[in-house]
Design a protein around this ligand. Structure first.
Ligand code: ADP
Length: 247
């Protein structure tokens, strides 16, 4: 991996002051024959919520995939402070409705990285799964099939699966899209609690309310970093208009 320099989207002082959980420099990534992210320099502050904001196709999910370790960078460098594998909660739509899984089985899959899929869960694993379901308020749904649930319930099951991984880096792709205000509020409060418990959270979001309540934002446009800093600094009407205007 080659280390490249980039002057675009120069980091703001506030984001750099906090000790980063992840720092990437000259980061480029994409899919075979389809470069998407172009030489990004940015920090993900530790013990904070960072929102990835940008129009559809700007590269938010791709960046989450790189942070999750499922997409390899084609250039640049990525450094991370933590040593546990990141927990990745994909977009709800990316998870098959027809999978014959109960809510509990779905959450138990969060233990597979540690335990392997074929090994019996230990008492400690089961306690971790119970706690994750309680935190998401889905204990009563444990025996229900994932495909029978409402969008908000299924989203909570997927987030519980992420929590069950007990990582110090939780990555979420559009966790509140399509949810009613109460469900959005519940997830937002949970993310704040997780940060207090020692987790660094990164969420890709279209929800500007969620982005405003984050501690830091990275703005993406056409795979380039268009800005980073606090929501107050970045989410101004003029910046958003610039980000969302056609390329
Ligand atoms: P966002 O999350 O901001 O909507 P994505 O990271 O999903 O953006 O997509 C960025 C670009 O990468 C888009 O042009 C999209 O079409 C393309 N892309 C996403 N996934 C793939 C894939 N598996 N193969 C090829 N191109 C992809």
């Amino acid at each position: 991996m080659k280390i490249m320099s980039n002057t675009q989207g120069s980091p703001c002082a506030t984001a750099r002051d906090a000790k980063p959980h992840v720092r990437f420099t000259g980061l480029s990534a994409g899919y075979p024959g389809r470069p998407v992210l172009h030489q990004l320099d940015a920090d993900i502050p530790a013990l904070a919520i960072t929102a990835l904001v940008g129009p559809n196709g700007s590269g938010k999910s791709t960046l989450l995939g790189v942070l999750a370790g499922v997409i390899q960078p084609t250039a640049g460098e990525l450094r991370r402070a933590g040593n546990r594998p990141p927990a990745f909660v994909p977009q709800r739509g990316a998870v098959g409705d027809a999978l014959p899984l109960t809510v509990r089985q779905t959450v138990e899959m969060g233990r597979w990285a540690e335990r392997g899929p074929w090994r019996r869960l230990t008492r400690q694993d089961r306690a971790t799964v119970d706690t994750a379901m309680e935190r998401l308020g889905i204990t009563d749904l444990a025996t229900r099939q994932l495909g029978e649930l409402s969008g908000g319930q299924r989203q909570r099951a997927l987030i519980a699966q992420g929590l069950a991984q007990e990582s110090d880096l939780l990555l979420l792709d559009e966790p509140t899209t399509g949810l009613d205000p109460e469900a959005r509020e519940r997830i937002s409060a949970l993310l704040t609690e997780l940060v207090a418990d020692g987790v660094t959270v990164v969420q890709a979001t279209h929800d500007l309310e969620a982005a405003h309540s984050a501690d830091a934002c990275l703005l993406l446009r056409n795979g380039h970093l268009a800005g980073q800093g606090s929501p107050e600094q970045l989410l101004t009407a003029s910046t958003l208009a610039r980000i969302w205007q056609p390329a």
